[in-house]
Design a protein around this ligand. Structure first.
Ligand code: BEZ
Length: 402
């Protein structure tokens, strides 16, 4: 069963009465609803962007998640699965109400979401307050597995720090001395650029200027003109989805791809290459995935994803696929009984997943430990050049697991 809707706005008055009162009760109480029959379908809340600049990312996470369940006979931990879908539109302002509804009114057993770091942090707060199991299949906000870490919160993607820290050393080793950075002005942009700058400057590099524009704006012209004036050795960037497509094309149209090499977090070219075309050729990025990983898990995943959706899999699909794999490990350990939470969490924390991205395990904050690959766009693919850093483990600064 699948329900899909963009939820109507909820007033404070409604929250405190009627059906929405259930949400308030669930938020206020540290205890979950009475035991549901173990064989009732598992209710999964999918809170993802299905519209806006990250729409394709949300769709691929959703497709990857469902693919893994299909491969498991339509079940997780022996239970049938039913979905409640919410389009979060990548809007942090609506995130708390959306999450409260999934938990309180829709009474989901677990929430899987989301893409945008700002939306994810609002979800993390509700998950902590209500002790709801939350699996983050993309958003990299460092705090989710840092100061806000909790036993009931897992991430199958990355921390923002993790994807770009290795690139600072790589670029410095390539003889690049002066870099201009460019990104959207929000948590993910600031943290990815910050981690890159941390390692680049530690290896002798200099950041000439940090350029930003508000999320999800795509008017890049003035900033591209500024890059041309500054003439750095290279540009380092974070954009994703529709914004990444437009940035890469605008950069090439201005002719800068011929004179100032463009680098970035791998989101700049993942799931975007078909739309970017030749404009993306030669861009180097770091990410926990590459299109030409030949491990059997990736070969099988790409084949199955193509057969199910008609699309080539990307990192977002992998992260959704692994979210279902992780949930299945937890639920199988407790024979589908979500109320055996401690044992379920222990099994998930100890999971070792043979992921399409390569070996995947989790640190004490429930963030992935994984390889970060250096990739280059060649022939419309993100081809791995080398492992930029093996088994990268986020420092989980400020995480105190209770
Ligand atoms: C984020 O907001 O955390 C994010 C969004 C898209 C790609 C990667 C990270």
């Amino acid at each position: 069963m699948s329900e899909f809707r963009r939820l109507p706005p909820i007033s404070r008055r409604a929250l405190l009465s009627g059906a929405a009162g259930v949400a308030t009760l669930a938020v206020a109480s540290p205890f979950r609803a009475p035991a549901i029959a173990q064989h009732a379908p598992l209710r999964v809340g999918l809170m993802l962007p299905y519209t806006g600049t990250f729409a394709k990312l949300g769709k691929f996470i959703d497709d990857g998640f469902r693919l893994r369940i299909e491969q498991n006979g339509g079940k997780l931990g022996g239970r049938e699965v039913e979905f409640v879908q919410v389009d979060d539109e990548s809007k942090p302002a609506a995130a708390t109400d959306n999450m409260n509804r999934l938990v309180g009114r829709d009474k989901v057993d677990v929430v899987v979401g989301t893409v945008h770091s700002g939306v994810a942090m609002a979800m993390v707060k509700v998950a902590r307050d209500t002790n709801t199991l939350l699996i983050i299949p993309n958003a990299g906000a460092n705090d989710a597995t840092g100061p806000a870490c909790a036993p009931n919160i897992f991430r199958t993607s990355f921390s923002n720090w993790q994807t770009t820290y290795p690139m600072g050393k790589v670029m410095a080793a390539a003889g690049i001395k002066n870099v201009v950075t460019i990104t959207w002005k929000y948590t993910a942009g600031a943290e990815m650029i910050g981690a890159f700058a941390e390692s680049f400057t530690a290896n002798g590099g200099k950041i000439v200027e940090d350029l930003t524009l508000p999320f999800p704006e795509v008017e890049f012209q003035a900033l591209i003109t500024r890059i041309a004036q500054l003439k750095p050795d290279a540009v380092f960037s974070f954009f994703a989805g529709g914004g990444a497509v437009k940035f890469v094309k605008d950069y090439a149209e201005a002719g800068l791809n011929k004179t100032i090499p463009l680098y970035g977090a791998g989101f700049l070219t993942d799931g975007t290459l078909e739309a970017q075309g030749a404009a993306a050729d030669g861009i180097k990025t770091t990410l926990h995935y590459a299109d030409n990983l030949l491990n059997p898990a990736n070969v099988a995943f790409l084949k199955a994803f193509k057969a199910k959706t008609g699309n080539d899999g990307d990192i977002y699909a992998v992260q959704g696929f692994d979210a279902a794999a992780l949930l299945n490990i937890g639920l199988t350990a407790v024979k589908g009984d979500t109320h055996a939470r401690d044992r379920m969490v222990a099994a998930m924390a100890a999971a070792k997943i043979d992921s399409p991205r390569g070996p995947l395990s989790f640190n004490k904050a429930h963030n992935p430990i994984q390889n970060i690959y250096l990739r280059e766009v060649k022939n419309g693919r993100n081809e791995m050049l080398s492992i930029a850093q093996a088994d990268v483990d986020d420092p989980a600064r400020g995480c105190k697991m209770t």
